[in-house]
Design a protein around this ligand. Structure first.
Ligand SMILES: *Cc1c(COP(=O)(O)O)cnc(C)c1O
Length: 368
């Protein structure tokens, strides 16, 4: 029987081929007589796994050579502390608050640095994005932080800001937890990108950091050694035991991503095309319906996280139980926003979005 379609915001659905391969290799990885969870992280087997994962990710995201790829732990929230510990030198940091995640990042940074609000979309209840030309950037900020995809509010930067053109010399830090590998990245505009793996890359427990080399080596004395990017980089992400199984699963996901093709494209570019098609299908249906609506301004709607509402909220429970019966799981919206949310990450096939739209259409008809 086919598996249901899982719209969880995270930890989220993984490609079924990846899960199947992991199941096949669970007891004996490549004839080694060991499962990946049971291997020394310093042995030749795991070394091959982590090296391939890094090489594949660098190729998939076209990460330039002057950036280091770090496999860490702690998740996105720990990075809210680890980034200022490493980059702020206890100085000023400019924050663009565009939703819950960037708001959390700014709050946490106050423990280590001097966060300043460069721009906010709270006027619109996080349904727009402030134009970069309107941001108030500090001349001496150590970095500028944005959340490039706000998972809860469904707001996405479709273009990263060009800080140089805005007169800032600070590096841009992006929290790309919930859209990493869903689209290409313009690294010429980025100093550091971080993300938890559990939305688009693999199981929870692995945190990806991609950091420009010149930003290493400025950690505050209080920074834990295991979280000092320079130490992590110098030890090939093996200063302490890395999340080995998470790295293995992410590595299988990278191989899966490399195999994807769409309209003559492959890898992340193919994925991006597919994600555009999936998101348009859902948003176009929502916009054409008289029962459902989405509050986010069209030019900043997330391709990954689609919050939507029923005009008659008393139908919410019936909508969700009907969805479950139709094999459509975890559509309930985040408690701070309400309504519904469909997260349609890389692992969600077009058929899953089509099945959701079909259910929404059928449900609307029966209530008309
Ligand atoms: C999920 C998420 C996080 C939180 O990550 P944790 O692994 O729970 O710490 C941070 N930022 C964004 C944008 C997220 O979507």
């Amino acid at each position: 029987m086919a598996r249901p379609f899982n719209f969880s915001a995270g930890p989220a659905a993984m490609p079924v081929e990846v899960l199947q391969q992991a199941a096949d290799e669970m007891l004996d990885w490549h004839g080694s007589g060991m499962g990946v969870m049971e291997m020394s992280h310093r042995g030749k087997e795991f070394s091959a796994i982590i090296e391939a994962a890094e090489t594949d990710l660098r190729e998939l995201l076209a990460v330039p050579p002057e950036f280091r790829i770090l496999f860490m732990q702690g998740g996105g929230l720990a990075e809210n502390a680890i980034v200022p510990l490493n980059l702020s030198r206890a100085g000023k940091v400019d924050f663009v608050v565009s939703g819950s995640w960037s708001e959390k990042s700014m709050k946490e940074a106050a423990r280590y640095a001097q966060p300043l609000l460069a721009a906010s979309n709270s006027d619109s209840n996080h349904t727009t994005l402030p134009a970069p030309a309107s941001w108030t950037l500090s001349a001496d900020a150590r970095y500028v932080h944005i959340c490039s995809n706000e998972t809860i509010h469904g707001v996405e930067f479709h273009q990263l800001p060009d800080l140089k053109a805005l007169g800032s010399r600070a590096p841009l830090v992006i929290d790309f937890s919930s859209h990493v590998a869903s689209r290409t990245v313009d690294w010429s505009r980025v100093g550091l990108a971080f993300g938890g793996a559990q939305k688009n890359l693999g199981p929870a427990g692995l945190t990806l950091v991609v950091v420009r080399e010149d930003l290493l080596g400025h950690a505050l004395p209080a920074c834990p050694s295991a979280f000092d990017y320079k130490t992590v980089a110098a030890n090939g992400s093996m200063y302490n035991t890395p999340p080995t199984f998470g790295i293995y699963m992410a590595g299988l996901t990278f191989q899966w991503l490399k195999r994807q093709t769409e309209g003559g494209l492959s890898g992340v570019a193919a994925m991006e095309q597919r994600n555009i098609t999936k998101a348009s299908l859902l948003y176009d249906f929502i916009d054409s319906s008289s029962l459902y609506f989405n509050k986010v301004a069209r030019d900043c709607r997330s391709r990954m996280n689609v919050p939507f509402f029923l005009r008659d909220e008393s139908l919410n429970d019936a909508f969700l139980s009907g969805a479950r019966a139709a094999g459509l799981l975890q559509l309930k919206g985040h408690k701070s926003v309400g309504g519904m949310r469909a997260s349609i990450y890389n692992a969600m096939p077009l058929e899953g979005v089509q099945a959701l739209v079909n259910h929404m259409r059928d449900f609307e008809k029966t209530r008309a």
